[in-house]
Design a protein. Sequence first.
Length: 605
Amino acid sequence: MSLLLPIIFLLAATLIFVPLAKRYIGTPVLGYLMAGLLLGSSILGLIEDVQFINQLLLLGMMMVMFWIGFSFRPQQLWLERHAILKNSGTQLAFIATLLISICYLYLHDLLTSIILGLALAFSSVVLTQQLLQQKQQLNSKLGQASLATLQFQAFIAVIFISLFPLLEDTASTRHGIAYFAAIIATISGLFLASRYVVRPAFRFLAGRGSIQLIPVLSLLIVLSVILIMEVLNIHVLIGAFLAGLLLTETEFKAEVERIIQPFKEPMVGLFFLTIGLGLSLEPLRQSPLFILGSIFGLVLIKVAVIAAMSYYQQRHAKLSTLFALTLAQSGELAFILLKLAESENLITNNLVTSSLLIIFGSMLLTPLLYWLFDTKISPRLNKQVAVQIEDIPQHPILIIGFGRFGQVVARTLHAQGKRFSVIDSNQPDAHFIEQYGHRFFDADVTQVENLRSAGIEYCKLLILAIDDVEDSMNLTRHLRLNYPDLTLFVRARDRHHTHLLHDLDVLHIWRETYASSLALAQQALIQTGLSVEEAQAQIALFKQEDERLLEQQHWIHLEEECIENYPNAMAELEYLFENTKAFVSNRTSSDQNIQSDANSLNGTS
């Protein structure tokens, strides 16, 4: 069979399954796995060339290790080492010990049990990142805690990979003191090369205006590091990891990332495609109960341990459960470790085949469990744990949303000795405000029952500071309909959001970033030569004109001509610039007339 034909099959299956997986599961990585499984020998048998699959697998593993190295943050890991060891280290150690013990009960082989148990203890870096990104939680506390745990697990996995040659029952220069000396010398040499060769090379290209050659230099660095690894008989995967780490430690990391980021998903997807090609469904046919039980058992063990430890440290049930469900699966680190163990004859092929199927099943199960808890179970629990109204202090101010906007408002009120209540479901650590006489309710702000529980019946001023426009509008409609006399201060995301709030007769609206933008603009005017008084006057004129434009746009919005005049945000911006330019032009003309009149008066006198 021509080599082009299996490549065409792989590309076609990828174009079909990856978009479907991204839409219905939220994680494209599962689409690559299912595409490979479909084309492999277990189902259609279109690609069965073992040599071709092994070559792709090695290339895919190198790609994964390169991206893990490129995403690695050694300085952050070092600065937060105590917290990471306490949290992530304890979790990994407990889960690995438990899994190793279970494996030993079945296998009665300590080395095999250690390899298998530790491999299954690692979570999937790629799937977790895609799941958090799909839920828009990468920058949340949940996302940051998950990424920190994955960084630690990747570090431990790299160490474990580097130890594999020492487990072989053969004699070579890769063993013992010589092997460790080679690794230490390599890391030291790469550190020096980063400082005295790599960074100066990037600066040289930037200084000569040859930024377009950065991809060439990056490729040269990657290939050079891998070649050095081969010469020193260090595993090529360690070389790929160190090459990624070498590139990320330069001041040109952002430029390198911008260039290679579009290739990340296809490069990592190649690995999962190849894993899918090698997956066998035979263990599932022979022992379905054992395989399914192992999948559920693995996920249950990881969820129970991570959730219990996280809850013990944070005392937040929802966040702890979501954190556990996010990391409940095994993934690419386990795939890599087991494939390496198989290649080094440290583990049997039959055991690897069954284990890969269990890992694949855990990856399929995790998004489903996360979705069930986040959309079905958690909202019901929030309703059940609503606080009784009679227990609520009658604070006259209620802040809905405690993000960066609501926090500034709360601090200002606190500085003036004002008591208030806060309701938010994304700030579990905010209960500390209660020691100052305020109240915090960890609840879903979109649930009417939670609003009543937070004391809205006693509220005189409600500050709606949430970020989501749709939730903001739904809440505003409810409040205007059911509490018409309530004074309502609302945060608006942009001008369009402001128009929608005006339609609901909201009188007090604060546009996000508007005040800080004007403050910066005023300082810029002062920096360019205007006096403080002149800058303040010009900003006041701008605000007056902007309010006039906003009111004019609102009437257009009411007359349903908004689509014609502002088909998108950029068209609206163009409209605003045009009218602002006219305003400045008119003001300049007026200033010239005033100056002319002043000169005439001076001449007369």
